[in-house]
Design a protein around this ligand. Sequence first.
Ligand SMILES: N[C@@H](CCC(=O)N[C@@H](CS)C(=O)NCC(=O)O)C(=O)O
Length: 402
Amino acid sequence: MTVQNITLNWDQLLELAQANTTARRVRRPGQSPSTAPIPSSLHKLPPDIAPPVLLYRDTHSWCPFCERVWFALEEKEIPFETEFIDLSNKPKWYTDLVPTTLVPAAKIEGELVYESKDILLALEERFPETSLLPADAEENAIARQLIEDAETNGFKEAAYKFLREAADPNDLDTLKQSFEAKLDELEQALSKYPGSYFLSTFSLVDIMYSPHLDRLAANLPVYRGYHIKENSRYPNLNAWFAALNDRPAYHRVKSDEATNNLLLRRRWGVEPISNPLPLDPVLSEASQYRAEAAERLSDNREAAIVDILKNSGVQALGDISTVKDAIEAHLKLLATYLLYGDKTQLPWGRVGGKDNLDPAFSAIGAITFAYLRNRICAPRDMSAGAATAFRAAADKVLASIY
Ligand SMILES: N[C@@H](CCC(=O)N[C@@H](CS)C(=O)NCC(=O)O)C(=O)O
C-alpha cells in the first residue's frame, strides 16, 4: 500500500488523528497566531466564569520570560486567558498599560503585574494551593534568594554573550570560560538538596532557569560546538534536564531544538556551524506526536494553505487554483503519512504518477514541504514533540517525491 492510495478526506484524517491524540487547540481565524493552546485547567471553570488570570504574551511564543509564567500557570493548574501581543507592532493600549512595555504582563484578578519574576511571586501569593515555593521557612527564604539571584547573578548575560557575540576566536575562548564559570555555579547550586531540582522539590527556581537553559542547550552545540547535555562536567544539570522532562506542564510550554535554532539565526543573525535542524529520532517516530502533528495539519490546513500561498514563493509556479490544489494534495499526503507511518510506502516519484502531466505539481509539493519544515514553530503551532515529528515526516515525504 502506498500513501497515495489511501484516499481519506480531511474530515476522515482529522477524525483518525483525534482518535490518537488528546492534544487540541483553538482556531483563531484571521489572527496571529492562527491557533492557540488551550490551558489545561480551563475546563475546571463553569462556562460563564472568566478565568482569574489574563496573560499578555508574545504572538509567536518565543519569549523565555513569558514561558516562565506559562510554565507556572500550567504547574499550578490555574485557568487563564491569553492576549497575544505583536512585539513588532505593539498596540498603544498595551504600551499605555504596561510601564516597561515588555511582555509578559498579567492581570491577576484584575490587578496588573509585570516582570516575569514579579508575576511568578504574585501568582504564589494569590494561589498558594499548589505551591511552587517550599513550605519550610528556611528553605522558603533560600528559594526567594535564588529567584533574585537568577536575575542578578550574570548567568544569562555570560551565556548570551558567548552564544551571540560575533568575536574572533580568542575572544570566544574568554567568553566561553566566563560562561563555564557561571554554569559551574549552577551545577554547584544543584548539589545542595537531595533530588534533581534546585531545592528539595520542583519550584519557581527551576522555572526561572528552564527557558534559558533549554534554549542554550539547543543553540550552543549548533552555533558554538559546545554541549551542556551529555557533558560530564555537568552531571547535576543533566539530571535536572531529565527531571524536567518528566513534567507534563514542561512539555506543554517548551519549544523544540529546531525552533530554537532557526530562531537564533533569524532573530539574532548568528551563523550556525552545524546543522540547525537535528531531529531527535525517538520524538520523530513517537505515534502520539505524529498524531498530534496530523491533527494540527488537518484542523488548521486552511490557514496553512493561505500562509504557504502568500509566503513560500510557490505562487510563481502556476495559476492560483492549480497551485492551491497541488499544495492541498501534498498536505494530505503528509497528514496520511504521519498517521500511517511505516505501514505505508512513500511515493518515490512524482505524486499522481504518469497521469499527472503538470511538471510543476511535484515542485509545488517540494516547496510546500521545505517551507513548512522551517516554518513550524513550537509551542506556537504544536507541542515540541509534535513539531519534531512533523519536520521529520516532511523531510521524508520531500525526499520521496522526486
Ligand atoms: N525582565 C523582563 C524581561 C522581559 C523581556 O525582555 N521581554 C521581551 C521579549 S523576550 C520583550 O518584551 N521585548 C519587546 C521589546 O523589547 O520591545 C521580564 O522578566 O519580564
